[in-house]
Structures are given as structure tokens and as C-alpha cells.
Design a protein around this ligand. Sequence first.
Ligand SMILES: Nc1ncnc2c1ncn2[C@@H]1O[C@H](COP(=O)(O)OP(=O)(O)O)[C@@H](O)[C@H]1O
Ligand SMILES: [Mg+2]
Length: 295
Amino acid sequence: MGQTLPPPGEALTRLTERFGEPLTASLLSDRRGSRTWKIQGPNGAVALKANNPKGDTARDKAAEMAQEDGHLLRLTAAGAISPDYRIDASPWDGGRWLAVRWVDGVPLWRALAVARGPEGDRPSVRPWLQHIARTWAEHLAGMHAAGWAHADIQPTNTLIAEGGRAEVIDYALACGPDGDHRRVPYRGALTHTTAPEIAAAVLATPADTHVHAQPAADVWSLGASLFWCWTGHRPVPYDDNIDRMDKLAVIATGRTTPLADVRPWPCPTFEDTITACLTPDPADRPTAKELITAW
Ligand SMILES: Nc1ncnc2c1ncn2[C@@H]1O[C@H](COP(=O)(O)OP(=O)(O)O)[C@@H](O)[C@H]1O
Ligand SMILES: [Mg+2]
């Protein structure tokens, strides 16, 4: 494979049966105790995730990987995600691995590079932005209808495919309708896209308490991700150097930077909808289903 961090051999053996040989692997990310590779074979490609067996959090990460597989199986059974998304998963010597369908797309930040600049202010960009937002809301609406929250909606977990279609990945932290008491406790995901009610709940509870994310939190995170990647500014103004709990305390106040202060150019409908997503009270936010028609 010609690289320093090869994927689990057991996974490659299984994927060879399905995708043929030779398989090539390229490492996409190696962070927070888990690694992801693109595995390409003659008959298709997958994203393969595995915990880092030598990481300090190897056991937690393996549990999270097993949890993501459980989520994918339940979401598929509920019709909330496409049945072709989950490919395969298994324990291995070093923990757990999981393979999902390869999504050919770019992360939201990169996809919005042009829209972020003054040259984004042109007729073709507006419908394209709205198409991204609408297709993203469609994914969420499907999960929410089945009683799930994704709970980790953020720019790197959203890939923009050809034509501006948003695809959601990374279901490790999702919160399902029937509480799973053995799950890894949810304590919020990326700080910058954490909804105020999640921030408040994390601050108010001990570190081992599960905070159950509701669909409205995904809507806030969707608005926050669009705000961030379109304007280049995160929606809640705090000093980057303060610690996470202090950031969560600022988020919990519900205050966000007015979009009109930082937008690259005016786009009234898009702005109004992003601002509505960032409404502090979850009960007053639009639902994902309502967003589909708003966009
Ligand atoms: N199905 C996929 N298709 C394409 N790229 C993917 C896919 N799944 C993950 N990736 C890439 O790998 C990165 C890490 O995967 P992710 O599931 O988000 O794991 P984690 O955030 O827990 O490390 C993603 O940000 C993305 O760049
Ligand atoms: Mg991720």
C-alpha cells in the first residue's frame, strides 16, 4: 500500500471480496483517535474508518465506532438513510472498523470558497447556495421524521457533491428515538456548531451524563455551519483562546453575530433562513421540513 498508516488487514480482506483487487488506500484523516482512508478497488470505493489501536482513547473510540455502526443499521431500517450507505463493519485486533459508501464531494468550507468572496455575488451562485441548503435540510428531515438527531452537523461532516447536492456523513454521535443506555454519553460535538440548549445542558450536568440531542439542535448547527462557511466568521463571537466550557457559556446565552455585519454580500432569503435557524429557543426554530420549502 506504500504508506505509513495501513488500514486494518481484516477490513481489506473483506473489502477485496466485494470491490476486487488491487485495492488502493489513501489516508484522509488521523485525528481524535480515529482514522479514515479512501479505499478504491476496480468495483468501487469506500470510506473506511478505524480507531487508532495505540491512541490513548482506543477503547472509547472503538466503542464509538461500534455505536456508529449500530446507528447506521437502525437508521437504514427506519428508512432515514439510503440502504447503500453502510457497506460493512467488524471488530478487528485493534478495535473496530466501519466502511461506508464513498461520497464524491468536497467539504462545505471548500465548496463555499467562491460564495465567500465578492465574486460570489452573481445570479448563478444564489440558487446554488439554496440548493445546498435545501438538500442538506432534506437529509435532516428524513432523520428527524424517524425520531433521530444527527447531533454532529458541522462543515466537515457535510460533503458537497456535483451540482451542489449536500451529503451528510459521520453518524457516530447521533441520538435515536429509543434511548440507548449503553451508548457513549453525548456531550456536544464541535464547539462552534453546538446549539445553545446543548451548551446549557452540558454545562449543567456532570461529564458522564448523556445529553440527548433533539432535531432542533441540528437545525441550529445547520444554520451555524452555513453562517460560518459563507461569511468566514463563526456565529458566536468568543475569543478563540478561552477554554471549551467558557465558549459553551457564551453559546448558551443564545447571542449570535448579526449576519448583516459579516455577510460577504446581501442575499435576503438565504440570510433570513440562516438567522431563523439560529433562533435561541429551539421551539421557535423552523423544522428541517419547513426549511426545505423556505429554501
Ligand atoms: N463516506 C465518505 N465519503 C467521502 N469522504 C468521507 C466519507 N466518510 C468520511 N470521509 C472523510 O473522512 C473524514 C473523517 O470521517 P468522519 O466520518 O467525519 O470521522 P471523524 O470526524 O470521526 O474523524 C471526513 O471529514 C471526510 O473528509
Ligand atoms: Mg467527522
